[in-house]
Design a protein around this ligand. Structure first.
Ligand SMILES: NC(=O)c1ccc[n+]([C@@H]2O[C@H](COP(=O)([O-])OP(=O)(O)OC[C@H]3O[C@@H](n4cnc5c(N)ncnc54)[C@H](OP(=O)(O)O)[C@@H]3O)[C@@H](O)[C@H]2O)c1
Length: 277
């Protein structure tokens, strides 16, 4: 398997990479922190380390995503599995160099651009897969397509996060709509509530609730199980585009199943990154 994974330097992504690297001919690790990427590669068994290739990327910066996609294409001529795992919740509204709100950029639009730029080499694989790490938080989404960058209404970190996790599921289904007939499979998943670095950039009520929940959280190794299952398993065609929990298909919110919403999201996303496509 030739794997590309975002956000492998911490939590769920790190354990997903470790679980998959024995099955990989090459594993492209797309990360923003070179020191963490090196530490990750050093933590792999010695005989597997040469399989991991570090590709620098900041998913909130579209020039960086575009450069990363070009570097990936220099390293490999095909990708079998792309895992869009990086993400996070951000306490305060931040605007990226490209003018996007940070949660939208780091959780959705960076992956949208990356996946589209890598699509030609994904489609070279016999059975390409794109796996998007979403969340049960998507059920709290309240997206306003007239104000996706929070220019008019007040920013709420949790709603912004819930919205982009809904976008991860809508994006998954759109990928199947648009590339399923070319052999692409795509799945979204909820990893469980996992004790990782997630939520460390928050404060107030969310942080208190998150801390209280810590004793009930699963380990990153358990949180990686559904991603690993989806990457390694041949899934029945009828489940293409589905949302998974605990390695089983699960019904997402009704918004996540809306064709109208996903077409709208694709249209807005395509326009947002037109300069880099
Ligand atoms: N933890 C949970 O309970 C939970 C529940 C549902 C869904 N999820 C989802 O699971 C995924 C992984 O989260 P986690 O729990 O493993 O959190 P984590 O420990 O904070 O890991 C997040 C990863 O994303 C990377 N990342 C964040 N922003 C980035 C950017 N702009 N460019 C490149 N990489 C970036 C981080 O890089 P650095 O190492 O450099 O910071 C890190 O590798 C996320 O998509 C999250 O939404 C988590």
């Amino acid at each position: 398997m030739i794997l590309a994974i975002t956000g492998p330097t911490s939590g769920i992504g790190s354990e997903t990479l470790k679980g998959l690297v024995p099955d990989c001919e090459k594993a492209l690790i797309l990360a923003r922190n070179p020191k963490k990427a090196k530490a990750l590669i050093d933590s792999l068994p010695k005989d597997l380390q040469h399989r991991a290739i570090f590709i620098p990327v900041d998913l909130s910066d579209m020039n960086s995503v575009s450069k990363a996609a070009a570097l990936v294409k220099k390293e490999v001529t095909q990708i079998d599995v792309l895992i869009n795992n990086a993400g996070g919740i951000f306490q305060n509204k931040e605007v990226t160099v490209d003018g996007f709100e940070l949660s939208f950029a780091a959780n959705h639009i960076g992956h949208f651009l990356l996946t589209n730029l890598l699509m030609p080499i994904l489609l070279k694989s016999k059975s390409p897969k794109v796996i998007n790490v979403s969340s049960e938080a998507h059920r709290a989404a309240r997206p306003d397509f007239n104000d996706l960058q929070y220019e008019k209404k007040n920013y709420s970190s949790f709603t912004a996060y819930a919205n982009v996790k809904l976008f991860n599921i809508l994006f998954t289904k759109s990928l199947v709509d648009r590339f399923g007939h070319k052999g692409l499979s795509s799945y979204a998943l909820h990893p469980g509530v996992v004790k990782s670095n997630f939520g460390m950039d928050t404060s107030g009520v969310f942080k208190i609730l998150w801390k209280l929940a810590t004793p009930f959280m699963i380990t990153p190794k358990d949180g990686a199980k559904t991603s690993i299952f989806l990457a390694k398993t041949k899934i029945n065609k009828s489940l293409n585009g589905y949302y998974f929990k605990k390695s089983k298909p699960s019904k997402p919110s009704s918004e996540a199943l809306s064709k109208k919403l996903r077409d709208r999201l694709w249209e807005v996303s395509e326009k947002s990154v037109a300069n880099w496509m």
